[in-house]
Structure formats: C-alpha cells, structure tokens
Design a protein around this ligand. Structure first.
Ligand SMILES: [Zn+2]
Length: 103
C-alpha cells in the first residue's frame, strides 16, 4: 500500500472512526512515473483511541470489522502476522489489542 493512504484511512469500528497510527516493518521503493514511491509491504496500523490494530499483509491493509477477523482464514492470517512481527509489535497490542492479541 502507499503511505499516503494513511491520510484517508480511519478506524473501521463504527463507534470510533479515529485517525490511525502506522508502524512500517517492511517496505520497498518502486518507480512510478519517474518518481520513487514508497510501497509498504508489512506494517501495523493501530488506533490510539480504541486500541484496535490492523495488519498490512503483502501490501494490503486489512481493515475488516471485528466479527470478520475472529475466525476462519482471516484469523489465521492475522495471528500469523502477529507471530511474524511479535518482536516489533508493541506489548500492549500483543496482550490487550482489539479484537484479539497473541495468547
Ligand atoms: Zn478505533
């Protein structure tokens, strides 16, 4: 995903909609119309207001509502994301993050 996307993204919790923080774990630069553009591959998006977090996996920001993140393939992928970056993800999110952390 492109860094500027952060300017328009908001927390997907319907009672929150706060601006979000971004912590980039992996990125690369890409040539686009003669300019070097920063492409984010893996990152943690977090909400300072409600404590929710969202992963960027393979360049795609996963901003699904809680219930769609709690089971199935999505849950497995997002748990694997936390495992992959647990050295960098803030302890607060690993322990108390919404909708889930690493147990
Ligand atoms: Zn929020």
């Amino acid at each position: 995903m492109k860094r500027w996307l952060m300017d328009i993204l908001a927390c997907s919790a319907s009672d929150c909609r706060s601006k979000l923080d971004l912590e980039v774990y992996k990125s690369h630069t890409q040539e686009s119309e003669g300019e070097e553009v920063d492409e984010i591959d893996e990152a943690l998006i977090s909400c300072p207001k409600c404590g929710r977090w969202y992963p960027v996996i393979d360049g795609i920001a996963c901003m699904l509502p809680d219930d769609l993140r709690m089971d199935g393939k999505q849950h497995i992928e997002e748990t694997a994301f936390l495992e992959r970056w647990k050295e960098k993800v803030p302890t607060d999110i690993l322990k108390n993050g919404l909708p889930f952390g690493l147990s």
